[in-house]
Write a protein that binds this ligand. Structure first.
Ligand SMILES: Cc1cc2nc3c(=O)[nH]c(=O)nc-3n(C[C@H](O)[C@H](O)[C@H](O)COP(=O)(O)O)c2cc1C
Length: 218
């Protein structure tokens, strides 16, 4: 084994930046998420909107990748992607999804589980229109997750669509848009010393009216 990796074992630094009181149990998890996200943003956490999205395919193989949260709505979290990508195909076969945020500067982690669906097309149109033109063309040029012979082919596809839309607005590709994740589970994790972390978990009741809230062992 490379000697360098032996130092991984020696890292026993503690989490000391905060704590999570039982008081939060009475807060709506959507509001608590908003509060934590704003704090991460205001404290200049790196890329607080970066979120790990995990999908599970037909063979029950999980797969994770980072995307950017672009909307936080009353209904849930929205990110934008190619509907024909691996994640898109997996989500349409199996809408059960897990989202994971990690805000290092606050020693906080938020886990969300929910069901994914296509976001309303007006929302996707609206967001697509706000993107830089090159990203709009990129959405046409990239057959996300498909194999490609060479980088040159990707750049040729970009040029093709750049010419095609020359002098015109770039329309939203039908295979590109928002995914709305409707959460039914939130876990708020605050790192604490001696690995005695705080975890407060909200699970949506079956009647969908409220949340069952519990503290869990770290
Ligand atoms: C910081 C960061 C942000 C990203 N944001 C997005 C995004 O918003 N949408 C997206 O489709 N891919 C995004 N990606 C790329 C994905 O991680 C992934 O490579 C791509 O979506 C293909 O995933 P798939 O083949 O599993 O569908 C991002 C990657 C990184 C590292």
């Amino acid at each position: 084994m490379d000697e360098f990796f032996t130092q991984l074992r020696d890292n026993h630094s503690d989490f000391t930046k905060g704590q999570l009181d039982d008081k939060v149990k009475s807060v709506d998890p959507f509001l608590l998420f908003q509060k934590w996200y704003k704090e991460a943003y205001e404290r200049n956490c790196s890329e607080p909107h970066a979120v790990v999205v995990s999908t599970v395919n037909k063979e029950l193989q999980p797969s994770s990748r980072i995307v950017y949260m672009k909307e936080f709505l009353e209904e849930g979290v929205v990110f934008y992607t190619n509907y024909e990508s691996q994640k898109g195909e997996e989500l349409f076969q199996n809408p059960n999804v897990s989202l994971l945020f990690y805000w290092d500067c606050l020693e906080r982690q938020v886990r969300i589980q929910g069901k994914a669906e296509k976001a309303p097309s007006e929302l996707s149109d609206d967001y697509f229109a706000s993107r830089p033109r090159a990203s709009q063309i990129g959405a046409w040029a990239s057959q996300q997750s498909r194999a490609i012979k060479s980088r040159d082919d990707l750049e040729a596809a970009f040029l093709h669509f750049e010419n095609k839309f020359d002098g015109k607005d770039v329309s939203r590709p039908p295979h590109w848009g928002g995914i709305l994740v409707r959460p039914h589970y939130f876990e708020f994790w605050q790192g604490r010393p001696s690995r005695l972390h705080d975890r407060i978990c909200f699970t949506k009741n079956d009647d969908s009216l409220g949340w069952n809230v519990e503290r869990r062992n770290p």
